[in-house]
Every structure is written in structure tokens, then in C-alpha cells.
Write a protein that binds this ligand. Structure first.
Ligand SMILES: [Fe+2]
Ligand SMILES: [Fe+2]
Length: 237
């Protein structure tokens, strides 16, 4: 995926859009983890979730400020053909759901999401080499994500010592499935557009030609009807 990431980050507009999209995901994830801190019965997890949520909200601010600063340096075009959204985001915290989730499932989900984020932010950090402030943000956030990745794993092993590996595998499978559905929906959208275009240009023209030919055979104006008295009384003729 590296060439695709390079393509996404190489363009100024897409870079700004991506930073602002990350800001949304991080802030949203921060709010969800704050909710997790409220509902967990475990005091240690409550403290860790709280710290985690503060980090994510801070990441959201960093991305938003950087995106806005870039936006101020140049007026961007409002239209691009493709903004890179079907690509998975950095964090994947947008899939997080808190209510009714036990801590072990939440920790497994967070661990997998943070690990993926750490991997992606490592790539993005290299791709924005031409933009030192953005690179510095990725470096700072990457340190936090590695901490999140490690504490969630340690805590998962603490709260579920016998099944923590299984929970991680299940979280990974569920994440893969969600990614697959997202990509499949994007591909289905493209295929739908291609098929409808093909129908419009290939299937429709013969019918249009036949309709035009039939129209030429029709006499113009009123059509006289025969007066043989064989009409239905309910007929409009
Ligand atoms: Fe984050
Ligand atoms: Fe994180």
C-alpha cells in the first residue's frame, strides 16, 4: 500500500483533507475512551482510559491545528476526483463501540487499533519528510500510540490471563472483516457506476434508434378510426 499512501500524501489538498479526517477520528476515539473510563468497574483501567482519552483528544487538536495551518497557507480547490477516504484511516478508532462491551473486548480492540495506528503513522512520518511540522506531529503521536498499544496488551493479559491471545485474534478478525466490507462497498460502487455507464452507452442506443425509426412510421397529427360500429362503449375512442 506504500505507493498509494505516497500518492495520497503527495498532494497538498489530499494531505490537508487527511489531517482533518484524522483529527475527527482521534477526537471521536478520545470521546469514546472517556466514556469507557466512566463505565469500567476497574479503578486502574479507569485511570489508564482517562490518560488515553486525554492523549487522543490532544492528537485530534494537533491534527486539526496542523490541517488548519496548512489550509491558511494556500487556498485549496474544493473539488478533487478522489480524496483517499476508502483507504483505512490511521487509527481505526471510528469503529469503536463502548456500551455493553466488557473490558477485555475493548482492550483487545484498542490494542489492535493502536498497533495498526503505530504502523501507519511510522509510514506517514516518512512520507511527509518535506513538511517538518507535520512530521514532528506524527513523531509525537507515534510515541503515544506505542504506549497505548503496550498498556492495552498488558492490561488485557491482566484482566483475562487465560484467554487474552484469543481476544486479540478475535479483535483482529473483526477488524479485517470491517476493512473487507469497506473495500467491498467501494468496489461495488465502482462496478455499479461502470455497469450503468456501459448500459447507457451500449444497451440504450439500439432502443433509441428503434424508437426513432418507429416514430418516423407514425403519421403526424390525428389518426382516423374506422366507423364499423364495433367499439367498446367504455373505450376512449
Ligand atoms: Fe491517537
Ligand atoms: Fe492511540
Amino acid at each position: 500500500m506504500r505507493p498509494v499512501h505516497r500518492w495520497v500524501w503527495g498532494d497538498f489538498d489530499r494531505r490537508v483533507r487527511k489531517l482533518l479526517a484524522f483529527a475527527e477520528v482521534e477526537t471521536d476515539g478520545g470521546r469514546d475512551i472517556l466514556r469507557a473510563a466512566e463505565v469500567t468497574p476497574d479503578p486502574l483501567l479507569r485511570r489508564l482510559y482517562l490518560e488515553h482519552a486525554i492523549d487522543e483528544l490532544h492528537h485530534g487538536d494537533l491534527f486539526r491545528e496542523r490541517g488548519a495551518a496548512l489550509l491558511r497557507t494556500r487556498s485549496t480547490r474544493t473539488h478533487t476526483r478522489f480524496n483517499g477516504n476508502p483507504l483505512p484511516g490511521g487509527h481505526g478508532l471510528d469503529d469503536l463501540s463502548i456500551e455493553g462491551e466488557p473490558d477485555h473486548r475493548l482492550l483487545a480492540f484498542l490494542h489492535v487499533a493502536e498497533k495498526a495506528a503505530a504502523g501507519r503513522f511510522t509510514i506517514y512520518r516518512e512520507l511527509v519528510d518535506d513538511d517538518p511540522p507535520t512530521r514532528a506531529i506524527f513523531e509525537e503521536i507515534l510515541r503515544d500510540e506505542v504506549f497505548h498499544m503496550n498498556y492495552t496488551y498488558t492490561q488485557l493479559a491482566r484482566v483475562s490471563p487465560r484467554a487474552y491471545r484469543w481476544h486479540v485474534w478475535r479483535a483482529r478478525a473483526s477488524r479485517l472483516w470491517k476493512r473487507y466490507v469497506r473495500v467491498a462497498a467501494a468496489v461495488a460502487g465502482l462496478l455499479g457506476t461502470a455497469m450503468l455507464s456501459a448500459m447507457y452507452f451500449i444497451v440504450l442506443p439500439p432502443f433509441a434508434w428503434l424508437a426513432k425509426r418507429a416514430e418516423r412510421r407514425e403519421p403526424p397529427g390525428w389518426t382516423a378510426i374506422s366507423r364499423d360500429g364495433n367499439h367498446q362503449p367504455t373505450s376512449q375512442y
